[in-house]
Design a protein around this ligand. Structure first.
Ligand code: ADP
Ligand code: MG
Length: 695
C-alpha cells in the first residue's frame, strides 16, 4: 500500500525542482497530487476527417506527418514552425509560433494526433490549426495522454504548462493510484454503488468511458465517490468530536429557578413561542450531566438576549458564574447596562470587562471574579486574556459568534471546567450546513419575530438624490424619531473613512442646523463613547453618525432610520446586520442605502437582494450563492479541514447522506477500532484539528 503523505519531492519522477512548481498549486504530498482533480475535460476522442472540415472550431485530427519546417514571416521576422499532416482525405498545417524547438519533436512519417481550433487558411488553400495539443503515436497500443481520448485540463501555473502537468499527473496516477488503499467501510461502498477508491481516482483524472457533459458538471460515479469521501471524513471527524464531548462530564443544573420566575414577571413583554421553545432546549441541555454546546440562531431583532439572560440566571442560581462575550465594546456596554438594570433588583453582581478599563479597576474586577463575588460578567475579547480567572464558571455565552473564531470559543470554554456553552448568531444558514460548519454544536432556531414588528422599508438612493434622503430624515426626526448614518470603515483605510465620517457629520450639521448630531467611532475613548450612546438612548441626539462600530447588537427602538453611506462597499450579511439596528419597535422603520451614481453590478445584486427581503435566511442564502461558504465563514478559521473537491452548497444532498453515515458509524465504533484504514485517513485529513487522539 502507498504511503500517501510522502512529500511530493520524493514521488517517482518529480524531484526538487518540479516539486517547487507543484507546491504553487498546493500539491505538497502524493495525496495532494492524487486529489488535484482536473478543472474540466475535453473530448478528443473522435477524429474528424480533414475532407469533412467545414467550419472553424475545435477539432481533433489524426494523420501522418508528411513535411515540416520553419518559416520566417517577412515583416515581423517571427519564426513559425509548420507541420503538414495528411490523413488520407486531405492535408492540414499545424502552426507553432516562436517555438522553433518544435522542429525536433516531429519526424516525417510519424503518426500524430492534433487537437485545437481549425480554421480555413487565410493566405493559401486548405486548413490550419494553431498551437494544437499534440500526441505522437509511436505504438498504437501505448497509452495516449494529451489527445485522442477524454483529456483532463488541469489548472496550470507559471513554469508548468498544462501539457507538462498532464504528463506528470499521468505518471503519478498510473504508478500510484492502483495501490491506494480503500478506507471506506465496505457496506458504504457497496450500498451506494461506489467504485473502489483507486478506480475513482484514476477515472477522475483520466476517464475511460464516460459522458463528457456529466464529467464537466462534476457528475459521474468517480467524482461523486470522491465528493462523498471528503464530506464523509469531514462529518466523521465532527461526529467523533461531538461524541467525545457528550461523554464529557458537565455540570447538571437544577433548572426550576426562582430567579427565572421573577425575571419573567419583570420583563415588559411575553416571550414568543419560538423563544420559549429554544429556551426549553437550552434548559434541558443545562440540566443534563454533559456540557451544553448549543448554537442559537435567530434573525436580528428576534430576541436572543433575553433567552441568554434566562440561561445565565439558571447558572447563577446553581451557585456558578456566567459570562457573555460580545465582539464590540459598544455592544458589551449595552448588554452590561441592560442586564445590570434588569437583574440588579435580584441582588446579583454584574461587571463589565473590556480593554478600556483602567488598570486599577481591572485588577479590582479580576479579583472579584476570582473570588466569586461577581455573578455575571459581560465583556469583549478582553475576557479570554490570561489574568481572567473565574471561581466557578458554569455558563459561557458568545454573542454574535460569527465575529469570533473557533479558537476564541475554545479559549472562553477553558475559563471553566467543562462549562455549558451557548453561542448566538444572527447569520442564519441552512440547517445541514450549519450543523457542519458549527459541527460540534446542537442548533436551536428562533424562527419568529416578536409581534408588531414591521418589515423595514429599504430604499436605494443614488448620490444625486441625496436631498431626498435628507427630507426623509427630517420627516422622521420631526415625528420624534432618531436616525443612524453609517459610514463604511475598512481597517486598512481606517483614516480615510474616519475623515469621511467626520466630514459627513459636519455636512449634516450644515444641513440640519436645528438638529442634535453626534459622531461616534472606534477611536473615541470608552468613557466619551458611553456618554454619546447614553444620550442617543435617552433621545438627546437626533442623528448618530457612526462608523460600523454600531453594526451588531445595538437595540434602540426609537431609532427608525438607518442611512448607509456607500452601501455598495458592504457585504450582504453586514448590510442586514446594520439594517437590523432599526425596526426594533412597532413603528415603521426605514433603511436608506446611498450609493454613487455608478457602481458595480455585483454590488447592485447585493443591494437588490436587501431591498427584496427582510428575511435573514433568504439573505444568507443569497449571500452564500454570491460568495460561497468559504469566504462567508472563513473555513480557514472554522477549524475544519479544507475541502478540495466537495462544495458544501453545491453538494448539499451528498452532505446529508455523508453526515448520516458518519454519525451512524461513529456510534457503532467510537474509536474506529475496527476501521484502521479509515482512522488513518481521518487523522491525516484533519491534521491534528480533531482536538483529541483516537486510541
Ligand atoms: P437580537 O436577537 O437581535 O439580539 P434582542 O435580544 O436585542 O435581539 O431583542 C430585540 C428587542 O426586542 C429588544 O428590545 C428586546 O427587549 C425586544 N424583545 C425581545 N423579545 C421580545 C418579545 N417576545 N416581545 C417583544 N419584544 C421583545
Ligand atoms: Mg443581539
Amino acid at each position: 500500500m502507498e504511503k500517501l503523505d510522502i512529500p511530493i519531492r520524493y514521488v517517482r519522477g518529480i524531484g526538487p525542482k518540479r516539486a517547487e512548481f507543484l507546491k504553487r498549486l498546493g500539491i505538497e504530498t502524493l495525496e495532494d497530487a492524487l486529489y488535484y482533480l482536473p478543472k474540466r475535460y475535453e473530448d478528443r476522442r473522435s477524429f474528424k476527417k480533414i475532407s469533412e472540415l467545414t467550419t472553424n472550431g475545435p477539432e481533433t485530427i489524426s494523420g501522418q506527418v508528411i513535411d515540416s519546417g520553419i518559416r520566417i514571416t517577412p515583416r515581423q521576422k517571427k519564426k513559425i514552425f509548420e507541420l503538414v499532416v495528411h490523413d488520407g482525405t486531405g492535408v492540414i498545417t499545424g502552426k507553432w509560433f516562436n517555438q522553433p524547438f518544435m522542429q525536433k519533436v516531429f519526424k516525417v512519417g510519424q503518426k500524430t494526433i492534433l487537437t485545437g481550433t481549425v480554421m480555413k487558411s487565410r493566405y493559401s488553400y486548405g486548413w490550419e490549426i494553431e498551437n494544437p495539443e499534440y500526441e505522437i503515436i509511436e505504438d498504437e497500443e501505448r497509452d495516449i495522454i494529451h489527445t485522442g481520448r477524454i483529456v483532463p485540463i488541469y489548472g496550470a501555473t507559471e513554469g508548468l504548462s498544462p501539457r507538462y502537468l498532464r504528463s506528470i499527473m499521468k505518471r503519478i496516477i498510473d504508478h500510484y493510484s492502483p495501490n491506494v488503499s480503500e478506507f471506506l467501510p465496505e457496506n458504504i461502498v457497496t450500498g451506494y454503488n461506489f467504485p473502489p477508491l483507486s478506480e475513482a481516482i484514476r477515472e477522475s483524472h483520466f476517464p475511460d468511458h464516460t459522458d463528457i457533459e456529466a464529467l464537466n458538471q462534476g457528475k459521474g460515479m468517480a467524482r461523486e465517490r470522491l465528493i462523498f469521501d471528503e464530506l464523509f471524513l469531514l462529518e466523521l471527524g465532527l461526529s467523533l468530536r461531538k461524541g467525545k464531548e457528550s461523554i464529557e462530564k458537565g455540570i447538571p443544573f437544577k433548572a426550576d429557578s426562582i430567579l427565572l420566575k421573577r425575571l419573567r414577571e419583570n420583563i415588559p413583554f411575553k416571550l414568543t413561542n419560538a423563544q420559549e421553545k429554544v429556551f426549553e432546549e437550552i434548559r434541558s441541555d443545562m440540566s443534563s450531566p454533559h456540557p451544553m454546546n448549543r448554537l442559537l440562531q435567530g434573525d436580528v431583532g428576534s430576541g436572543k438576549t433575553v433567552v441568554a439572560l434566562q440561561a445565565m440566571l439558571i447558572a447563577i442560581e446553581n451557585g456558578y458564574q456566567a459570562v457573555i462575550m460580545a465582539p464590540t465594546e459598544i455592544l458589551a456596554e449595552q448588554h452590561y447596562l441592560n442586564i445590570h438594570r434588569t437583574i440588579e433588583i435580584f441582588g446579583l453582581k454584574v461587571s463589565l470587562l473590556t480593554k478600556s478599563l483602567k488598570d486599577k479597576d481591572r485588577k479590582d474586577i479580576l479579583k472579584k471574579i476570582a473570588d466569586g463575588d461577581i455573578h455575571l460578567v459581560v465583556g469583549t475579547h478582553a475576557l479570554i486574556q490570561e489574568g481572567v480567572i473565574f471561581k466557578a464558571l458554569g455558563l459561557a455565552i458568545i454573542d454574535e459568534q460569527h465575529r469570533f473564531g473557533v479558537i476564541q470559543r475554545t479559549n472562553l470554554r477553558k475559563k471553566g471546567i467543562n462549562p455549558h456553552i451557548l453561542v448566538m448568531t444572527a447569520t442564519p444558514i441552512p440547517r445541514t450546513l450549519a450543523l457542519t460548519l458549527y459541527g460540534d454544536l446542537d442548533i436551536s432556531i428562533i424562527d419568529e419575530l416578536p409581534p408588531e414588528r414591521r418589515p423595514v422599508e429599504t430604499i436605494l438612493f443614488k448620490e444625486s438624490m441625496r436631498s431626498k434622503v435628507y427630507l426623509k430624515l427630517e420627516e422622521e426626526i420631526k415625528k420624534g424619531r432618531q436616525a443612524y448614518v453609517v459610514y463604511p470603515l475598512i481597517e486598512e483605510s481606517e483614516k480615510v473613512y474616519l475623515k469621511a465620517a467626520v466630514e459627513m457629520s459636519e455636512r449634516l450639521k450644515k444641513n440640519f442646523p436645528h438638529r442634535r448630531i453626534a459622531l461616534i467611532h472606534g477611536r473615541i475613548k470608552a468613557r466619551e463613547r458611553e456618554k454619546i450612546m447614553d444620550s442617543f438612548k435617552n433621545g438627546d441626539v437626533d442623528i448618530l453618525v457612526s462608523t460600523t462600530v454600531i453594526e451588531v447588537g445595538l437595540d434602540i427602538a426609537n431609532a427608525t432610520v438607518m442611512v448607509i453611506e456607500h452601501a455598495e462597499r458592504f457585504g450582504l450579511a453586514q448590510l442586514h446586520q446594520l439594517r437590523g439596528r432599526v425596526g426594533r419597535g412597532s413603528s415603521q422603520s426605514y433603511c436608506l442605502l446611498m450609493t454613487p451614481d455608478y457602481f458595480s453590478e455585483e454590488a447592485d445584486r447585493r443591494l437588490q437582494a436587501l431591498v427584496r427581503t427582510n428575511d435573514g435566511f433568504r439573505i444568507a442564502e443569497e449571500d452564500l450563492s454570491i460568495r460561497g461558504p468559504g469566504e462567508l465563514f472563513g473555513t480557514k478559521q472554522s477549524g475544519l479541514p479544507d475541502l478540495k473537491i466537495a462544495n458544501l452548497i453545491r453538494d448539499s444532498s451528498v452532505l446529508e447522506i455523508a453526515r448520516k453515515e458518519a454519525f451512524f458509524l461513529s456510534k457503532e465504533d467510537q474509536f474506529l477500532k475496527s476501521h484502521p484504514a479509515l482512522k488513518d485517513t481521518l487523522e491525516r485529513k484533519w491534521k491534528g484539528r480533531l482536538g483529541f487522539v483516537l486510541n
